[in-house]
Design a protein. Structure first.
Length: 86
């Protein structure tokens, strides 16, 4: 079983040696295309949520909650009136 490098410098030296070994084994001194090499150095797409959209959604939800609370209060009052009449 391989042992872990003790320092960052040891890890860097090991990775440098492994890359050099990979280069020596490849054709024309160029490493074979792997998924890791293809994606190296490319930026990844990032989705950004704007504050305005999020604030709009929150205010819409808050408005809906307030409307539902009002409707519940009205229904409760009406129910109490009906119970009082009987």
């Amino acid at each position: 079983m391989e042992r872990e490098p003790k320092t960052v410098e040891d890890a860097l030296n090991l990775s440098t040696k492994l890359e050099a070994y990979e280069m020596s084994m490849s054709v024309n001194g160029r490493p074979e295309e792997t998924e890791e090499n293809k994606n190296r150095g490319r930026t990844k797409k990032v989705c950004v949520v704007e504050e305005d959209k999020e604030a709009g959604v929150m205010s819409s939800l808050e408005r809906q909650v307030a409307e539902l609370q009002d409707a519940l209060a009205q229904a409760t009052e009406r129910l109490e009136e009906l119970e009082a009449d009987t």
